[in-house]
Write a protein that binds this ligand. Structure first.
Ligand code: G4P
Length: 287
């Protein structure tokens, strides 16, 4: 399956972000916990040079627990402050303030040495589409958050949301473009629903997901859909799902389009269980 996608407006988004980054102390980067490397764009490391950094493994509720822990360690070792979150849940968001302070420790200390006390940390949320940026900003900022109004230098339309005495957040997230010269990265992002579906063949995509899940968790599809997946080709598994879930065309044939959508929706919503699509690369230490 060949996924080609590079929207022209990303160049504009990149320029806007470069401007916004000048105004902030901290980059809060959201990635999808089910595929943390595939859902991040390392260009942000260059764009955000010199800024305090934080990585939020979002949608951690949909990813495998053990994998969440492994990814947290992976990013911590790279020097990021890390937290796994469910951006829809206010409970997990409470601890974030502490992590923000930790991430900005150096800046706060620098301010203190210069006699600047209690200047709020200015932060911005970034991430590729669909990782949960808007959900996070809404939950984190809450309805009561007061917008502090446009300030000179802020990209037109952007406002600061004062979260508390210590933190101000830019109300508009920076949109990073997915990076998928690597077809497998593109495929994973498509599984997660982060790529505009109109350009994809759903049945082909669902077929690839069958292979992916069968490799990661043999027997899971059989158990969930009460089918026999072993030894079957991708489309035969989709046919079996169609049969099991009564996805039939008017003529009585298998409705593979509906079965494909069902499988993709079940995966994305977590009905198939908490599945992480990639694990951190193994690093050899001590040499
Ligand atoms: P974006 O701004 O980065 O593009 O992402 P957005 O907040 O729009 O979130 C994309 C989808 O992911 C939304 O679902 C949102 O509810 C869901 N989501 C965000 N964070 C989490 C999380 O931590 N866990 C889970 N399980 N889902 C999360 P949607 O179906 O597109 O919209 P809706 O039906 O929720 O309105």
């Amino acid at each position: 399956m060949n996924i080609q996608w590079y929207p022209g407006h990303m160049t504009k988004a990149k320029r806007a972000m470069q401007e916004d980054i000048k105004l902030i102390d901290l980059i809060i980067e959201l990635v999808d916990a089910r595929a943390p490397l595939s859902s991040r764009n390392p260009d942000i490391d260059v764009l955000g040079k010199g800024k305090a950094r934080m990585i939020l493994l979002n949608k951690a509720d949909l990813a495998a627990e053990g994998a969440n822990a492994a990814w947290s360690n992976f990013f911590k070792e790279k020097g990021f402050q890390v937290m796994k979150i469910d951006a829809r849940s206010k409970a997990t968001l409470k601890q974030i303030n502490t992590v923000i302070q930790e991430a900005c420790k150096e800046k706060i200390e620098r301010d203190r040495r210069r006699g600047i006390l209690n200047r709020p940390v200015r932060a911005m949320v970034v991430g590729i589409p669909n990782v949960g940026k808007s959900t996070f900003i809404n939950s984190f900022a809450g309805k009561a958050a007061a917008k502090t109004g446009n300030k000179p230098g802020v990209t037109k339309g952007n406002q600061w949301i004062r979260l508390n005495k210590q933190v101000e957040l830019l109300d508009t997230p920076g949109i990073l473009w997915p990076k998928f010269e690597d077809q497998e990265v593109g495929l994973k992002l498509a599984f997660l629903g982060s790529i505009n579906e109109d350009i994809l063949n759903k049945e082909e995509l669902a077929g690839e997901l069958v292979t992916f899940i069968s490799n990661l968790h043999p027997g899971l599809l059989s158990e969930h859909y009460k089918i026999q997946e072993e030894g079957k080709k991708q489309y035969e598994v989709l046919e079996a799902i169609a049969e099991s879930r009564a996805c039939l065309t008017k003529g009585g044939g298998f409705d593979l389009a509906r079965a494909s959508k069902l499988l993709l929706d079940d995966f994305r919503s977590g009905k198939l269980g908490r599945i992480t699509l990639e694990m951190p690369p193994v690093t050899v230490t001590g040499e």
